[in-house]
Design a binder for this molecule. Structure first.
Ligand code: ADP
Ligand code: MG
Length: 249
C-alpha cells in the first residue's frame, strides 16, 4: 500500500475535520442543493493540485516521482466547468491558470454511458504517461437520475452506479488518486423533521464513499459542510466561504 497524501480543500476548517485535507486512496462525496458549492470545491481541488504548498504528505515520504507533474481528470456531467473560474482561483494563489488548465483533462459527459466510459479510460491515460492524481465526477448522479426514472428502473440504475463506483475506487487504490464526487440531494419523509435531505444513490454510493459531506448555504458567502458516516472520523461541521478567490475560511 502506497503512502496516503492529502490535498487542501482551500479551507483550513474543512481540512481540519478531514484530518488534513482530501485524502488519496479514498472517495470524498460532497452532496447539497444547487448553489451549495459542490462545483466550486471541485474547481478549487484542480487548482490546488498544481500548487505545491497545498499538497501534504503525512508521516512518510512520498517519492517525488509519485507526485511529480500531477494531473486531474474532471468529468463534467452538467456543463458547469468554467476555465475562467480556474484562472481566477489560480491567480488568487499566485499560480499560472494556464498551467492548471493544461494539467486538467475536462471530459463533458452527456449521458451515463459516456460518464462511465470516461472513468474507464482514465486507466489508459495513466498508462500513456499521465500522472493522474485527482479524479472529479461533477455530478455523479445527475445523468443516472435523468435516464433511470421510476421504480422499475431503480435496480438497473443502482447496478450501473455500483459498477461506476467500483471503477473509481480502483483508480483511487491502484494509483494513489484522490477521487471527489458531487451529488444531488432528494427530500425524504423524516419522522422528526417532516422532511430531511439525503444524498442520491443510496447504499451503493454511501458505502463506496469514504468521506461524505452535506453542504448547505449559510449567510452571504458562507457555507456549512457537515461530515457524516465516516468509518474513522467523528461527525463534524466546518464553515467555509466562497468568494472570487475561491474556497477559503
Ligand atoms: P453547486 O455545484 O453546489 O450547485 P456551485 O459550486 O456552482 O454550486 O456554487 C455556486 C456559488 O458559488 C454561487 O452561487 C456563488 O455564491 C459562488 N461563486 C461561484 N463563482 C463565484 C465567483 N467567481 N466569485 C464569488 N462567488 C462565486
Ligand atoms: Mg454544480
Amino acid at each position: 500500500r502506497k503512502t496516503v497524501w492529502r490535498l487542501s480543500t482551500g479551507s483550513d476548517e474543512l481540512n481540519r475535520i478531514l484530518n488534513g485535507g482530501l485524502e488519496s486512496q479514498s472517495i470524498t462525496e460532497f452532496a447539497g442543493v444547487f448553489g451549495s458549492g459542490k462545483t466550486q470545491i471541485a474547481h478549487q481541488a484542480c487548482v490546488n493540485l498544481q500548487c505545491e504548498d497545498t499538497i501534504f504528505v503525512d508521516n512518510e515520504w512520498v517519492s517525488d516521482e509519485e507526485l511529480a507533474n500531477p494531473k486531474a481528470v474532471y468529468i463534467d456531467t452538467e456543463g458547469t466547468f468554467r476555465p475562467e473560474r480556474i484562472t481566477q482561483m489560480a491567480e488568487a494563489l499566485g499560480i499560472d491558470g494556464q498551467k492548471v488548465l493544461d494539467n486538467t483533462f475536462v471530459a463533458r459527459a452527456y449521458n451515463s454511458d459516456m460518464q462511465m466510459l470516461f472513468a474507464e479510460k482514465i486507466e489508459e491515460l495513466i498508462k500513456s504517461g499521465n500522472n493522474i492524481k485527482l479524479v472529479i465526477v461533477d455530478s455523479l448522479t445527475s445523468t443516472f437520475r435523468n435516464e433511470y426514472t421510476g421504480r422499475g428502473k431503480l435496480a438497473e440504475r443502482q447496478q450501473k452506479l455500483g459498477r461506476h463506483m467500483a471503477v473509481l475506487n480502483k483508480l483511487a487504490d491502484l494509483h494513489n488518486c484522490i477521487v471527489v464526487i458531487t451529488n444531488q440531494v432528494s427530500a425524504r419523509p423524516d419522522a422528526f423533521f417532516g422532511v430531511a435531505e439525503q444524498a442520491i444513490g443510496g447504499h451503493i454510493v454511501g458505502h463506496a464513499a469514504t468521506f461524505r459531506f452535506f453542504l448547505r448555504k449559510g449567510k452571504g458567502d458562507k457555507r456549512v459542510a457537515k461530515l457524516y458516516d465516516s468509518p474513522h472520523l467523528p461527525d463534524a461541521e466546518a464553515i467555509f466561504r466562497i468568494t472570487e478567490k475561491g474556497i477559503h475560511d
